[in-house]
Design a protein around this ligand. Structure first.
Ligand SMILES: [Zn+2]
Length: 566
């Protein structure tokens, strides 16, 4: 018996010695300011990584013991390391697609836009579409001499692109410009009618000027060939590269359909999935929403969630309303700049009820787009009814995407129900200047972009950019979160800004929580993925206005260098 115990003891000692030996790091990163984002926000100076995971964090002396023969010592020369940024709400394929279109966000005149198209025409085979996005006539330095209802007209554009159909979407996404070739393909003529909500802008004689708004956009859009899998795959790779450039190591996609998921799988197979993707499934039966039955989703509900290091699918995306700019956000009280108009729901509330219950039953998070205060209230209440029906499920992590305008009386429901507020602080910088005309001073002051109030009420707040609506770069978003400054530099409703520590958490550990992944990522702690972002300066300490000058020096995913600034 003693002999047996003794040999057991001996084996244990031997085993411990072995594990010590095994614990030599592949890489030790040192000489950095490391914001670990652990539960007490501790700061370290070195981290040891093995097999893509973190095996030790601390001061250099304590980490040095993990150095073995093959260990690479990586001197970070005083730079700042944070857990890899987690983008909580954006559109990966949309981001990639944007990269192959003309970016017109910075053109300063119609002439400049025409010149950009002329150049693209030289590099595009005849007959192929030239697509662009981002122009905004009210941001131009000058307007052309001829305008109709405040918009430029197509002649100059058509003249330089006789062999290519051209479609250029407005920055708002609510209007587009087409050239003569595109209008010819779409058979736009004097009589063409398209239904309601939108306009074909016309000359007094009835001929089209090239501008199409709202639903009329579909006339032109329908002519653009559907994306083939090959170009979608290219889009995905371009989007991943773009994310890595900005230090994003995990991406939460706000709406993937069956085709997108196939593209993701191909990327994993071919070793091109360089960041960790968590995707919400698109609820797609908009044609018959009353049915509440979506074959694509039903199949997933039957199968259950899929959880992996590179792709996780355990959430569903719904849309409860539209956007504030187009007055589609569903409000409790009428719009301040349109009497009797409240915006509108885009999905019957009882479908949200049904989907919430199905989500709970089958283990899927429900993530619902809600911008207006009425939409937020309806979604919270629908979630609440579902939770009441499944009281045994206490950890569901349902989310509201955007959570932009919330009636003060509804704020506490986020904490009460455990609903995550998935906000995009950068929208504040872009939209706050005009949002006040839509909903007025009182609703702006009491219920708009309530990040701090949500956080202090005990709710989880997670952060992102909604790219390609905004640039995917987390730094301007982080900056907005901590300054409440608009693009023009005005600090507004500053009581709602977050501290830098809070803001960093919304982009790392809390974002991970929003996907049930806080045990694997979101902080620099032992056992987690070695996903790191190395920054050129200390975003937690530099003067506020310096934050925007921060560059990503390296992006590391699973211990591998995926991007390096050159
Ligand atoms: Zn979105």
């Amino acid at each position: 018996m003693f002999k047996y115990l003794f040999s057991l003891l001996f084996l244990t000692i031997l085993f411990s010695a072995c594990t010590l030996d095994i614990n030599h790091a592949d890489t030790i990163y040192y000489n950095a300011t490391i914001y670990t984002v652990d539960s007490v926000n501790s700061v370290a100076e070195a981290v040891a990584v093995k097999d893509g995971k973190i095996i030790a964090v601390g001061d250099f002396n304590s980490i040095k013991m993990y150095q073995g023969e093959g260990t690479i010592l990586q001197d970070l020369e005083g730079l700042t390391m944070i857990p890899g940024f987690i983008e909580s709400h954006a559109h990966l394929l949309g981001l990639g697609k944007q990269a192959r279109q003309l970016n017109l966000m910075n053109v300063k005149s119609y002439e400049e836009m025409v010149a950009a198209v002329a150049q693209a025409a030289q590099n595009t085979p005849k007959g192929e579409w030239i697509l662009g996005r981002g122009w905004h006539q009210s941001k131009w330095d000058s307007m052309p001499s001829e305008t109709v209802t405040g918009y430029q007209t197509h002649e100059a554009l058509s003249k330089i692109s006789p062999d290519h159909p051209v479609m250029l979407v407005h920055a708002s996404g609510h209007a587009l410009m087409a050239n003569a070739k595109a209008m010819e393909l779409a058979k736009v003529n004097l009589e063409l009618d398209f239904g309601e909500d939108g306009e074909i802008i016309r000359y007094p004689d009835g001929s089209p000027t090239g501008i199409f708004t709202e639903n009329a956009m579909e006339i032109i859009q329908a002519q653009v060939p559907q994306d083939d899998p090959e170009s979608l795959y290219k889009d995905l790779k371009a989007a991943i590269a773009e994310c890595l450039k900005y230090g994003i190591t995990s991406f939460q996609d706000a709406g993937s359909d069956a085709q997108a998921i196939e593209i993701y799988r191909r990327a994993i197979e071919e070793g091109e999935m360089q960041l960790r993707l968590w995707a919400m499934l698109s609820f797609s039966n908009y044609d018959q929403p009353a049915e509440g039955h979506d074959p694509f989703l039903e199949e997933w509900f039957k199968k259950g969630p899929e959880i992996g290091d590179w792709l996780t699918i355990r959430a569903v995306k719904l849309y409860a309303d539209g956007a504030l700019g187009s007055r589609g956000a569903w409000m409790i009280d009428e719009y301040s700049d349109r009497a009797g108009h409240y915006g509108n729901p885009t999905l019957p509330v009882d479908i949200i009820d049904q989907m919430a219950k199905k989500g709970l039953k089958h283990g899927f998070q429900i993530c619902t787009h809600a911008i207006g205060d009425r939409a937020n209230r309806e979604v919270l209440d629908a979630y609440g009814r579902a939770f009441a029906e499944y009281p045994e499920i206490t950890d569901h992590r349902f989310r509201i995407e955007h959570a932009q305008h919330i009636d003060p009386s509804d704020i506490s429901k986020f904490k009460e129900y455990g609903v995550i507020a998935s906000v995009q602080a950068i929208h504040f910088a872009s939209d706050r200047p005009w949002a006040i005309s839509r909903i007025g001073q009182l609703r702006i002051a009491m219920g708009a972009y309530r990040w701090r109030q949500l956080l202090e009420s005990g709710a989880k707040v997670i952060n992102g950019t909604d790219a390609p609506v905004e640039p995917v770069d987390p730094i301007p978003c982080f900056y907005t979160t901590v300054t409440r400054k608009t693009r023009a530099g005005d600090a507004l409703e500053t009581d709602q800004k977050l501290s830098r520590t809070q803001a960093l958490r919304t982009y790392t550990i809390d974002a991970a929580y929003g996907a049930f992944q806080e045990k694997e990522k979101g902080s620099i702690e032992v056992g987690k993925f070695a996903d790191f972002t190395i920054l050129s300066q200390d975003i937690m300490k530099v003067p506020e206005d310096e934050i925007l000058n921060t560059k990503v020096v390296q992006t590391i995913v699973g211990g591998e260098l995926k991007y390096e600034e050159r």
